[in-house]
Design a protein around this ligand. Structure first.
Ligand code: 13P
Length: 250
């Protein structure tokens, strides 16, 4: 039985003080009701340390939204996996479609980041997903398979990996993939992982769905056999909604 995992990706929202308030609100809203589920929140880099002080000692884990693939050096504006680890993060999100779309991330740079994060002892949420144009031209399967295969190239052990399937057309648009549409791609991902790493590893891998998850659709999505939780954007900025989504997974 795979333990579901729900992570709030706060993206570029909230000052440090606002992040502290939201983290407190999330803890209060969650109460004791999420023992069946792993939970994380991903504030901006700037707010990681302050947020960690709020959630320390709780079961909510600190997650970073990205990391660089070098330890240090002349990479203005970047933050390394080593730094993220030192501030208390358990997980790092890598390859989010917004990174791919706006900041030039490719499967090759995603792969470098994944490798470095694992080397630094972080767990990784590797994001994959097709654009609307790719879905409409019928290349979803090949796009997602390449993202998985190339993102994981050279990685022998996927025990510390979670994959997040986030169809780009469903992110922030209010258009959720139907549970059947999502399940189809989740199954494709698990089949790809079975081919690459064998059945035992594939059956343990958690695959999150992301893209306009809300309290109203979470139960149905999380009921699908290959959907093991969610990566939540907009709804994670509201503590009550986020807690309701966590409860749907618990
Ligand atoms: P929304 O939930 O706002 O659609 O965002 C999903 C996402 O990109 C999470 O990483």
């Amino acid at each position: 039985m795979r333990r579901k995992i729900v992570v709030g990706n706060w993206k570029m929202n909230n000052t440090v003080a606002e992040s502290e308030t939201l983290a407190q609100d999330v803890l209060a809203a969650l109460g004791e009701g999420f023992s069946g589920c792993e939970v994380g929140i991903a504030p901006t880099y700037l707010a990681l340390e302050a947020t960690e002080r709020i959630i320390e000692g709780s079961e909510v884990q600190l997650v970073a939204q990205n990391c660089h693939y070098e330890n240090d050096g002349a990479y203005t504006g970047e933050v390394s996996a080593r730094m993220i680890n030192a501030v208390g993060c358990s997980y790092v999100i890598i390859g989010h479609s917004e990174r791919r779309q706006y900041f030039g991330e490719t499967n090759a740079t995603v792969n470098l980041r994944v490798k470095k994060a694992l080397t630094e002892g972080l767990k990784v949420i590797l994001c994959v997903g097709e654009t609307l144009e790719e879905r409409e031209t019928g290349v979803t399967e090949s796009v997602v398979t390449s993202q998985v295969t190339e993102g994981l190239a050279g990685i022998l052990d996927i025990g510390a990996i979670v994959i997040a399937y986030e169809p780009v057309w469903a992110i922030g648009t209010g258009k959720t993939a139907s549970s059947a549409q999502a399940e189809e791609v989740h199954l494709l991902i698990r089949t790809t992982i079975t081919e690459l790493y064998g059945e035992p590893a594939a059956s343990q891998l958690r695959i999150q769905y992301g893209g306009s998850v809300k309290p109203s659709n979470a139960v149905e999505l999380f009921a699908m056999p290959n959907i093991d939780g969610g990566l939540i954007g907009g709804a994670s900025l509201n503590a009550a909604d986020f807690a309701a989504i966590v409860k749907a997974a618990s």
